[in-house]
Design a protein around this ligand. Structure first.
Ligand SMILES: [Zn+2]
Length: 436
């Protein structure tokens, strides 16, 4: 093991790590994230930050200078992707972010998508994270847009743009019928965000206009399900790439849609059947358009347990049922925690706990009809698509980034085994060896 520890020590010099000898992970059982069954006795060769080849052990010679790590009895999955986090505000000072991000990485999370926060801080963290300057998942992030009334109403938006006039920060923009949409999208893009998050108080026509312009400028379109007065189906029709929060799909059947987004968690879960005709039509449209459902079950479960008055009665059975139906209809579903990525208490994120994406996968299996393999796919291949990096990560495939998690027990038999982490590899670099 000495050579691996050395690698970790050298790991602070990016160029040195990339020039290092290839790493051969041999005799592993591979669950590649594509949805395929586990494959026994595979070898994965990593060169620099990428996967060079994947093959049946012994069927090809290893590169002569390879460092070999025998993974007999171990399981390899792609690095996990939490497709819905909110990092900024999770810590009271800058010093807190580094241990938080390190805990996420050591817990198997190699990429996160931040779905709205202070992009000044996110830009700084992403620069450090994505160049391996410190131990962290890669970070992609959104710039938020909402109708003007939102910014006066929502303290979170105010905190995330403190120091800027309300609704005018490029990452917290108020959009109305008089907005120069092309300029607004360009400003969003200038923050380093790779997607716009459309959150609240936008009519369907404006939603369509913003989505088209964002796509034209190469940004992804990530919408909340409650952009009221736009319905979830308006977001799908506008070409949204992802739509967040399974339980909020209930509003598709509301008549009329409420004017105020703040009632969003209080849908009529008692009277709208998850398989009501408008909901099924919505799911079929999502399947047809390739709109990814960002289910975020774990956040509602915690809310229903700890603050039942904050959510509508029956929210969890409804959210599980609609997610199960979506999965059955063939809608792509990612895994997101809608949190800082870790459980938290009054003092902030619990750095010793495992990331919540593990719990999200377990809920998909326990309540939504996912096989463990499908739940892993949600947190890897589909997550990569959701964050706009489907070509580059999310499966164990030659040419993709070497973002991997080594497990000591079989997650295809028991999804709880994704928590049994031996070590993590991001961009070809090993993290967590000393914990073994
Ligand atoms: Zn969120």
């Amino acid at each position: 093991m000495k050579h691996l520890v050395l690698c970790v020590l050298l790991g602070s010099f990016g160029a040195a790590a990339n020039a290092a000898a290839p790493l051969a992970l041999t005799h592993a059982t591979v669950i590649d994230g594509s949805g395929a069954a586990a494959m026994a006795d595979r070898t994965v060769v990593i060169r620099g930050e990428r996967i060079e080849s994947v093959f049946a052990s012994g069927s090809r010679p290893l590169p002569q200078d390879a460092r070999v790590e025998d993974l007999r009895g171990r399981y390899l999955i792609p690095g996990l992707i939490d497709a819905h986090v909110h990092l900024t505000g999770a810590e009271s000072g800058m010093a807190g972010y580094r241990p938080l991000l390190q805990a996420l990485l050591r817990g198997g999370v190699t990429s996160v998508r931040d779905m709205a926060g202070d992009d000044r801080l996110l830009g700084y963290l992403a620069l450090r994270a994505n160049t391996d300057a410190f131990a962290s998942p890669d970070i992609v992030y959104a710039a938020l847009m909402s109708g003007p009334s939102f910014f006066a109403e929502d303290p979170r938006a105010q905190a995330a743009s403190v120091g800027m006039p309300l609704g005018l920060a490029p990452w917290m923009q108020a959009i109305s019928g008089t907005t120069d949409i092309a300029l607004a999208v360009a400003a969003a893009r200038g923050t380093g965000a790779t997607g716009v998050k459309l959150y609240a108080n936008l009519p369907a026509a404006l939603l369509r206009q913003v989505a088209a312009e964002a796509h034209r400028q190469g940004l992804r379109v990530w919408t909340h399900a409650t952009v009221f007065p736009a319905r979830p189906s308006d977001a799908v029709a506008a070409g949204a790439d992802t739509i967040s929060h399974s339980p909020y799909l209930v509003w598709e059947a509301a008549s009329p849609v409420p004017a105020d987004y703040r009632v969003r968690a209080h849908g009529d879960f008692r009277h709208v059947a998850p398989d009501a005709a408008p909901i099924i039509a919505l799911l079929k449209a999502m399947k047809a358009r390739g709109t990814i459902l960002d289910a975020t079950l774990v956040v509602f479960r915690r809310e229903a347990q700890h603050h039942p008055n904050q959510v509508g009665a029956g929210i969890m059975p409804w959210g599980y049922a609609v997610t199960r139906l979506a999965h059955r209809e063939g809608v792509l579903i990612d895994a997101g925690s809608d949190s800082a990525g870790l459980p938290s208490d009054a003092t902030g994120p619990e750095l010793r706990a495992l990331p919540l994406v593990h719990e999200e996968m377990a809920l998909l299996v326990k309540h939504c009809g996912f096989s463990p393999i499908a739940a892993i796919e949600a947190a890897t291949r589909i997550g990569a698509m959701a964050i706009g990096h489907g070509g580059d990560r999310g499966t164990i495939t030659a040419g993709k980034l070497a973002d991997l998690v080594v497990l000591t027990a079989d997650p295809s038999r028991n999804i709880g085994n994704t928590r049994r982490i031996a070590f993590v590899i991001k961009h070809g670099r090993i993290y967590g060896v000393r914990d073994r």
